[in-house]
Design a binder for this molecule. Structure first.
Ligand code: APR
Length: 391
């Protein structure tokens, strides 16, 4: 339990439950033992072929690309204390990652197929893209351990924020504030940032891996606790399958661990072939294609997965870079305005006669937000939000 050895089991050691350490032996086990309590644990790697970069892959990972921006450190984009001082980088990312732009992958379809066959006990995902839901996995079968974009609230008073208004703000690259005028706190999706508690559902269901008759882990580096401990809660004699580009966690240290190292979409197709489910899998995945009938698909030569992923990462880092530049330009402009002799901040925090006003500062909503980011330093910058439509 918890910190297990990661020393690979000797090849000479036979499995105790499976007939062999192969995906074919796992398929045989599922059929012969009528396995129907499968726990699946996933990470960003299962969404990369949808065009969403993962976090830690050396070249294409988000953190490798954010590192070259002047964020204090790449993970700051998901750090609650940094978000309070500057929410712009997160909202630039949210604009790109907001659900509705991406199609589920064949790996998401495989998880949905497990559910349709009555074999999915529970899915634990670290992803915030909601693609499992879009692939047809019902909400009660999903624990979104790191939250998702599905709901949002004020980080100060925790008042919920309307879904439709949130989508509008994110699409317009605006930073939403609390619906309660007296509060005016920053609004954040219910994504678990570093330093925040995991959802209650995670703690309620974290005992399920110990009840599983099979565990399947896909597309995760297993580097973030407490999620990374889940696979070690699986009973010793229960087979565990890892479908991942690289070996992670304690996988390979148990006699009934089966490792399919490589692309997860290829891995689940191999798994489906061994189970005799391949046609059903392709049919289910095809049903998630929003434009499966349009001719457009045949006209454009399809981008390779690497090209699509490179484009996506480039766009993401460009947007975040732009948002960082905006906030520093705005801060500079405010600072130079405030340094003019007649515009010193007065003790009663009344706005000085010719202080920078919202219109002068903004030609772009993102700039406005950058200006109010300094409100904790220059209280007179607190914009009068009475003009904001009350929601
Ligand atoms: N097929 C199989 N494996 C893949 C693929 C693919 N197409 N693409 C990437 N991977 C693997 C990578 O090799 C890596 O082991 O998926 C894993 C992705 O690891 P991370 O980028 O660390 O993503 P994840 O494990 O989900 O991160 C966990 O960290 O920053 C936090 O909140 C964030 O939920 C996230 C958590």
């Amino acid at each position: 339990m918890g910190n297990e050895s990661s020393t690979p089991v000797d090849d000479a050691v036979p499995p105790t439950t499976l007939h062999g350490r192969t995906i074919e032996a796992v398929a045989r086990y599922i059929e012969e033992k009528d396995v129907h309590n499968i726990v699946v644990m996933t990470g960003a790697g299962i969404s990369t072929s949808a065009g969403i970069p993962d976090f830690r892959s050396p070249e294409t990972g988000l953190y490798a690309n954010l590192a070259r921006l002047n964020l204090p450190y790449a993970e700051a984009v998901f750090d609650i204390s940094y978000f309070r001082t500057n929410p712009l980088p997160f909202y630039a990312l949210a604009h790109e990652l907001f659900p509705g732009k991406y199609r589920p992958t064949v790996t998401h379809a495989f998880i949905s197929l497990l559910h349709k066959k009555g074999k999915l006990l529970q899915l634990f995902t670290q992803n915030i893209d909601c693609l499992e839901r879009e692939a047809g996995v019902p909400g009660e079968k999903i624990v979104e351990a790191h939250g998702s974009f599905a709901t949002q609230r004020c980080i100060e008073c925790h008042t919920e924020y309307p879904d439709d208004k949130m989508k509008e703000m994110v699409m317009n690259k605006e930073v939403p504030h609390c619906v309660r005028k007296s509060c005016d706190g920053l609004v954040k999706p219910d994504i678990v940032f570093f330093g925040e508690a995991l959802p209650e559902a995670f703690h309620q269901k974290r005992g399920l891996p110990a009840r599983a008759d099979l565990a399947i882990v896909m597309g995760t580096s297993l580097t973030v606790q407490p999620f990374a401990s889940l696979p070690s809660f699986v009973r010793e004699e229960t087979p565990r399958v890892l479908i991942n580009l690289e070996r992670v966690g304690s996988f390979g240290s148990r006699p009934d661990d089966v490792l399919l190292l490589g692309d997860c979409d290829e891995g689940v197709r191999k798994f489906a072939d061994a189970l005799g489910w391949r046609d059903e899998l392709e049919e289910l995945w095809d049903s998630t294609n929003p434009n499966k009938d349009t001719k457009k698909k045949q006209q454009e030569p399809p981008k390779t997965r690497q090209e699509a992923l490179d484009d996506e990462v480039e766009k993401l880092t460009r947007d975040i870079d732009a948002s960082l530049k905006l906030s520093s330009q705005a801060n500079e402009r405010i600072r130079s305005e405030l340094e003019k002799p007649s515009s010193t901040v007065t003790s009663d925090s009344q706005s000085p006669p010719n202080s920078v006003t919202r219109d002068e500062v903004t030609s772009d909503k993102v700039t406005t937000q950058a200006a109010t980011d300094l409100v904790h330093v220059f209280p007179h910058l607190k914009e009068d939000r009475s003009d904001k439509p009350s929601l």
